[in-house]
Design a protein around this ligand. Structure first.
Ligand code: 6R9
Length: 658
């Protein structure tokens, strides 16, 4: 990394935890020492936060590394831990989910309600012939039945595979086929952007190509007409009429809990397999530690979709195993108006908000007047996940949503890691805007160079995980070789690592002078300009630090002189002048601003002002498509794109010169 570039991340602002939060935090600084002294004993204590039917004999079996077994010999039921034990402890009347539909309809589920419905769904699935080990595909909108369907599978030991409701028939078909799912749980449709959006026709198309599917359970949400076949069963006629009596059987700690397919920017999606005991231990502990969740008083809200790992771990399993009260929202943040999220925070007095940088930057673009119109004084903690959060977005989040007082936890993790791995602890860490800071207690992460050697403070390289962790993926479904190749061969158990297994996360990272970790984006996105490695995240952060820019994406385009040249796409903030000469002037200012912030080497060859950026359906910027545009190629696969019209807008504006 060039010296000039290193300057950007000399972000000197640092924010200590609010005194009251620090004093009452669930987890204090001693957790780091405790875990460092004996990592396995530490995780064993966290496993003890759950209710086990049978105690484990061994905390970790790593004899067949990198295929891990945690809490070997232990048995538990995930749904029992998320529901029954709260009801048995007299907390059945406590609200589990305040659900808000996009059109404004609402439903409230207590723990007793959720328990009853989950038992009914477990009985209905059993009646349809589903037994432990069978796979069930779930293709639903953000309605409470999505959580119930997952918990019902967990309850009977069926392995769920949730497919995001925005995916196409092809994507759904591939995922059903890969897992040989026996049952699909879906809905007639959901509400999105103010109108019903059908799901059932997509399922019909997929099921026609999937002989493994014996039954389809259909929730009635929109009430629109749907085609019907002999495989179809209405949820309200099957589940809601089933017996509410169901005893949860314990399953082995390593029993498969779910498969979740990574979004896969280029290659065939990978079915990431998670199992029971270790996964629930770490999602439950991190919810308690990172969000400082107090089940008696907090109202928690994670804005993710259940189709992503964040929805699995931090809407369903983490919060419910802790007995939290949470908000769940069906729709988009601008329907029917741009204050929708803040209206919900205000209405339910949300205390903990967990969202994504893409949403924060969208809010920046819409302007701070919108959140200012609502009472957000209930909030006490803010979280971020999904992409690196630029320092300016972090500061904006703290300032305009967090009253300039609240801690922001920037949480790094992946579908593969199952739970949060690198993050501040809100009552302990003096957070730096833009940094995920330090590995959580019990986690060993590092930044290494090409050869796998740990880089000194101030150095950059690849993010790796050096010891197994309870919620780690166990394999890629049906493809152990792909598991070994993708994650364990880069710095494998060879000479590079001194014989230890090292997990390659695929993210670039740097350690600052204090040893704190900064994520720099996927390694595939790093640019090589005149022999200098420049990370897309750094240039994007420099652009977003300009007052006229809300969001930016940067790619390296082939260049005859410099090898690669930096091409940037920037979304102006609502207030910025962008037409005609004002636009030209802004572009010139931005190029100079980046050069001044990072050094002349990082000055973009070209900057385009655009209304939107191409994003995956989970909100990650698809730089691959922007590279196609920048290199005047026809676009590659756009099926995972959230809104395909965006690319037409961007390509149309690309005609102009440098
Ligand atoms: C949880 C989730 C994983 C990839 C990961 C990284 C990026 C997630 C981040 C972050 C920087 C953070 N990522 N959180 N980058 N800072 N706090 O998003 O899982 O969809 O599998 O994506 O997302 O690149 O490798 P998943």
């Amino acid at each position: 990394m060039s010296e000039a570039l290193a300057n950007l991340l000399n972000e000197t602002r640092q924010f200590p935890p609010p005194a009251e939060l620090a004093a009452n935090a669930n987890v204090k600084a001693d957790a780091y020492d405790e875990a460092a002294a004996d990592r396995l004993a530490f995780w064993e204590r966290q496993a003890g936060r759950l209710t086990w039917a049978k105690q484990w004999d061994q905390v970790l079996d790593w004899s067949n590394a990198p295929f891990a077994k945690w809490f070997v010999g232990g048995q538990l039921n995930v749904a029992y831990n998320c529901l029954d034990r709260h009801v048995e402890a007299g907390r059945g009347d406590k609200v589990a989910i305040h659900w808000e539909g996009e059109p404004g309809d609402t439903r409230t589920f207590t723990y007793a309600d959720l328990h009853r419905l989950t038992c009914q769904a477990a009985n209905a699935l059993t009646d349809l012939g589903v037994t432990a080990g069978d796979r069930v595909a779930i293709y639903l909108p953000m309605i409470p039945e999505a959580a119930v369907a997952m918990l019902a599978c967990a309850r009977i030991g069926a392995t769920h595979s949730v497919v995001f409701g925005g995916f196409s028939a092809d994507a759904l078909t591939n995922r059903i086929q890969d897992a040989s799912a026996k049952v699909v749980i879906t809905a007639d449709g959901g509400f999105r952007r103010g109108k019903p959006s059908a799901l059932k026709p997509t399922v019909d198309e997929a099921v026609a190509k999937c002989p493994s599917v014996e039954h389809v359970l259909v929730v009635r949400r929109t009430g629109e007409d749907v085609a019907w076949s002999e495989k179809d069963h209405w949820w309200h006629e099957t589940v809601e009429t089933a017996s509410p009596e169901h005893t949860a059987q314990p399953f082995d700690a390593e029993h498969p809990l779910f498969i979740l397919y990574t979004s896969g920017t280029t290659a065939r999606p990978k079915g990431i397999l998670h199992t029971t005991g270790g996964y629930l231990t770490q999602t439950s502990y991190t919810t308690h530690a990172v969000f400082d969740l107090k089940p008696e008083t907090d109202v928690y809200w994670c804005t993710a979709d259940i189709g992503w790992v964040t929805g699995h771990s931090y809407i369903v399993y983490g919060p419910l195993s802790n007995g939290a009260t949470q908000v769940m929202y069906e729709g988009t943040p601008d329907t029917p108006h741009k204050g929708r999220l803040w209206e919900i925070v205000d209405r339910y007095k949300v205390t903990i908000l967990y969202t994504a940088p893409t949403l924060i930057r969208t809010m920046m673009k819409w302007g701070e007047d919108i959140p200012a119109g609502y009472d957000l004084s209930s909030l006490r903690l803010l979280g971020s996940v999904g992409e690196p959060i630029n320092p300016e977005a972090w500061i904006w989040y703290r300032q305009h949503i967090g009253r300039g007082e609240l801690p922001v936890v920037d949480t790094w993790w992946q579908t593969e890691t199952g739970a949060i791995m690198i993050s501040p602890l809100p009552g302990v860490t003096e957070a730096k805007p833009g940094s995920a800071m330090t590995p959580l207690p019990g986690i060993v992460a590092d930044v290494v160079d090409d050869q796998g050697a740990s880089v000194p403070n101030g150095g950059g390289g690849y993010l790796v995980l050096k010891e197994p962790w309870p919620s780690m993926l166990r394999t890629v479904w049906g493809d152990d070789n792909r598991f070994l190749e993708t994650y364990w061969s880069r710095f494998g158990a060879g000479a590079n690592s001194g014989g230890d297994w090292v997990y390659f996360a695929g993210d670039g990272a740097k350690k600052d002078d204090d040893g704190h970790i900064w994520l720099l984006g996927r390694v595939d996105d790093v640019m090589l300009v005149s022999g200098h490695n420049i990370s897309t995240t750094e240039v994007e952060s420099a652009l977003v630090s300009h007052p006229s820019v809300a969001e930016a994406a940067v790619v390296g385009a082939t260049d005859p002189t410099t090898g690669q040249a930096i091409v940037a796409f920037a979304i102006p903030r609502g207030s910025a002048e962008t037409g005609g000469e004002a636009g030209e002037q802004l572009i010139a200012d931005l190029r100079n601003h980046v050069a001044k912030t990072l050094g002349p080497i990082a000055k973009p060859r070209q900057i385009m002002l655009v209304p939107e950026l191409p994003k995956t359906r989970s909100g990650k910027i698809m730089r691959r498509l922007l590279r196609d545009v920048a290199e005047h190629r026809s676009l590659g696969d756009v099926t995972t794109l959230q809104d395909s019209s965006v690319m037409e807008l961007i390509s149309a504006g690309m005609g102009g010169g440098k």
